[in-house]
Design a protein around this ligand. Structure first.
Ligand SMILES: NC(=O)c1ccc[n+]([C@@H]2O[C@H](COP(=O)([O-])OP(=O)(O)OC[C@H]3O[C@@H](n4cnc5c(N)ncnc54)[C@H](O)[C@@H]3O)[C@@H](O)[C@H]2O)c1
Ligand SMILES: *[C@@H]1O[C@H](CO)[C@@H](O)[C@H](O)[C@H]1NC(C)=O
Ligand SMILES: *[C@@H]1O[C@H](CO)[C@@H](O)[C@H](O)[C@H]1NC(C)=O
Length: 318
């Protein structure tokens, strides 16, 4: 990343995630060129961001050292890819989660930028060796997978292609840290990366306990939100174990290792998530929170408000 003066980042795709990335990068003082292949879409996205930044400023929740107006001044919209890429040192792709769309956009981008420009994808579920299979120089390619909503949930998984240069991983780690995200480095690619693999394990056992009639949907969510989640917002499962025995992790495993192994061996196969076997779980959830627009959006609003306050709390308690 030595191109030009490293001031411009291009965001390709201006949907939910593209808009969030644009806000994150602008909060770090970068000029952000937002491109979308739907004519007028990127301009609409910036109008929406402008509104959000003003609201965040009023709520004293704006990120970064700049005012909302200063951040808004850093954003430009483009309907033309070549123009949007002009002068950029870092490209964050946020188009539809379809392999052929991503492959094709990176082919176009590679043709239009210099060799030292970093190509980064927001993909949640595609591995770098698929996403970048049509790029010639893969040493400057990686996945930077955010968690929704990235403005409040700061984790970004950095996942290398087998050919990605360590310097590119390091530079991206530094960039993400600089704009206030919390990057983690995967040493090699794997389906689901780390976040979705851990999440799948939690989903599987939660689902199974409800399906087997052990606990209700409502109560299994409380197991996380009022129990495990209280710690996990500040210390992860590894440190949790380390702190839960007088002599640390080794001691913990001496005391509890066999028990954990016994439980894991009782977990059973992957539960049925759809069809007849899933019906009772579904019904319970829809009874708690009906699946119509107004109920769901009210709960989403609540979630985002609470995440915002948690992010605020975490700022002072790293
Ligand atoms: N939504 C999430 O929770 C989440 C979380 C992490 C990662 N992601 C990943 O981020 C990416 C974007 O997801 P999203 O939720 O923002 O999707 P979205 O549907 O909201 O937005 C996609 C945008 O890309 C544009 N687009 C499509 N093809 C394009 C092309 N060829 N060139 C330029 N623009 C194009 C569309 O017009 C649209 O504006 C996906 O890969 C997704 O897996 C999403
Ligand atoms: C490939 O990209 C790397 C990293 O940006 C760069 O240093 C190298 O010169 C490029 N290779 C070629 C053949 O252009
Ligand atoms: C990347 O960062 C690590 C840890 O900071 C460091 O040891 C390594 O030398 C760096 N590698 C490159 C190529 O920059």
């Amino acid at each position: 990343m030595s191109k030009s003066d490293m001031k411009i980042i291009t965001v390709v795709g201006s949907g939910l995630i593209g808009r969030s990335w644009a806000m994150v990068f602008a909060s770090g003082g970068y000029s952000v060129n937002v491109y979308d292949n739907q004519p007028g879409q990127s301009a609409k996205a910036i109008t929406e961001i402008r509104k959000q930044l003003k609201e965040l400023e009023e709520a004293h929740m704006l990120r970064g050292a700049l005012t909302a107006s200063q951040q808004i001044a850093l954003l430009s919209s483009y309907d033309d890819l070549a123009q949007a890429l002009e002068g950029a040192f870092f490209i964050q792709e946020c188009v539809f989660e379809r392999l052929e769309v991503k492959q094709s956009i990176f082919q176009d981008v590679e043709r239009l930028v210099g060799q030292d420009v970093v190509l980064s994808s927001s993909t949640s579920a595609l591995v770098p060796s698929s996403v970048f299979s049509k790029v010639q120089n893969k040493s400057r390619c990686l996945v930077s997978h955010p968690v929704n909503p990235p403005y409040y949930v700061k984790l970004v998984e950095l996942v290398p292609h087998p050919e990605t240069a360590m310097a590119v991983m390091n530079a991206t780690h530094a960039l993400m840290t600089k704009v206030g995200q919390a990057p983690v480095l995967l040493k090699k690619e794997i389906d689901g990366f780390a976040v979705n693999r851990v999440q799948a394990a939690i989903i599987a056992e939660s689902w199974r306990l409800v399906q087997d009639g052990v606990i209700s949907v409502k109560d299994i969510d409380l197991v996380m939100s009022e129990g495990l989640g209280m710690r996990y917002a500040f210390i992860g499962p590894m440190e949790t174990m380390h702190l839960n025995a007088p002599e640390g992790l080794e001691d913990y495993m001496r005391r509890y290792g066999d028990g954990i192994t016994r439980l894991l061996n009782s977990f059973g196969p992957v539960p049925e998530f759809r069809g007849e076997g899933a019906k009772s779980v579904m019904n319970e959830m829809y009874e708690l929170i009906p699946g119509d627009e107004s109920h769901l959006s009210a709960r989403m609003e609540r979630r985002d408000q609470l995440l915002m306050r948690l992010a605020e709390l975490k700022k002072d308690h790293q």
